[in-house]
Ligand binder design. Structure first.
Ligand SMILES: [Zn+2]
Ligand SMILES: [Zn+2]
Length: 334
């Protein structure tokens, strides 16, 4: 089969690879129809992820059709959970499979979806609604990260989210999905901080949120945001988040660009700030998200760009150089 292989830092090679093999009895082979490029794939491409060592087939935001496996599944179309959970540890039985102590991952511990075919355990599959395009279905994984973070915030917030002033830090794919979802939920005051002018324009146009440059423009007033989603997760953005969050507010840490920080524990304590770390999604989030995407809760997704998998190396290079206005590029192997 053809695959786009990360062969060295900053190098993606489209080449022939051995056909994907099913590693256990409960697995299926998917013919990949669409696969998104994630920030974590970019991280590996830059050579910054010790868990993803070249040569490796990355890619975990997939949609495809079952070509081998139980006859009941053949020909059906699925996206799915790239985190393969054990199903029996304490976290799994609590429904928090994202915290599974024995998890493995597509595109990391096993070959990913930048290929014509990929194998995966059948239990990870999430069916694609009839009439939904593969490219849109491939957005399920990143969109579910936003949905999961929103649900975590809603559980901690004192007032309904519709009444809240919300700051989203970062206008990449997760920040964009977050802004789209908040607008869909009826939140009227959504501010998005983004330094890249192309992405800022895209967020303003597609999410209709107030997009601003946190370096040159004043955002919402200090202490005015009931909820802050940090979709970047750097030392700078954490400082900005703590400044922006209102007394009694909720600060959700979604991105993880770096992790060393001094946090103003005085404000956190005296102002009763709830700080929440969120990681990926559960199967329930993925199932809810595929339907939400299909029903338009994330808009028309016209900001997403499609390219052929054979041109994938250029897509990585364009994202690396900040040349793409699109916060998400979906690759098509066929
Ligand atoms: Zn991803
Ligand atoms: Zn588990």
């Amino acid at each position: 089969m053809k695959a786009l292989v990360n062969t060295a830092p900053l190098q993606m090679t489209f080449r022939d690879e051995p056909d994907s093999v099913m590693l256990a009895d409960d697995e299926v082979t998917l013919r990949i129809d669409a696969v998104g490029i994630c920030g974590s794939d970019m991280h590996a491409y830059h050579g910054h992820d010790p868990r993803r060592v070249p040569p490796i087939i990355l890619g975990h935001e997939f949609a495809g059709e079952v070509t081998r496996g139980p006859s009941a599944l053949l020909g059906r179309r699925f996206t799915g959970n790239p985190l393969i959970a054990c199903g029996v540890c304490d976290y799994c039985v609590q429904g928090r499979s994202n915290l599974c102590s024995n998890r493995s991952m597509v595109g990391m511990t096993r070959p990913g979806a930048y290929a014509e075919f990929m194998t995966i355990p059948a239990k990870c599959l999430v069916e694609i609604p009839a009439g939904m395009s593969a490219s849109r279905a491939a957005l399920t994984e990143p969109a579910a990260t936003a949905l999961h973070a929103l649900h975590m915030a809603q559980r901690a917030a004192v007032r309904p989210i519709q009444e809240s002033t919300v700051l989203v830090i970062g206008g990449g794919a997760i920040g964009m999905f977050m802004a789209l979802l908040l607008m869909h939920y009826g939140v009227r005051h959504v501010h998005v901080a983004e330094t890249n002018p192309l992405r800022r324009a895209s967020v303003a146009k597609h999410a209709q949120a107030v997009a601003f440059d946190p370096i040159t423009e004043a955002g919402p007033q200090d202490g005015s945001c009931d909820i802050v989603f940090d979709c970047v997760g750097s030392k700078h953005t954490r400082t900005a988040a703590m400044k922006a969050v209102a007394h009694g507010g909720v600060w959700v840490h979604v991105g993880l660009q770096d992790w060393a920080s001094e946090i103003d524990m005085r404000k956190l304590t005296l102002a009763e700030i709830t700080l929440i770390g969120t990681y990926t999604y559960t199967m329930a989030d993925l199932r809810a998200t595929v339907n939400a995407l299909h029903q338009g809760s994330f808009g028309d997704c016209a900001w997403v760009e499609e390219r052929s998998l054979s041109d994938g190396a250029l897509a990585f290079a364009d994202l690396h150089e900040g040349k793409s206005a699109s916060a998400k590029i979906v690759l098509r192997p066929h």
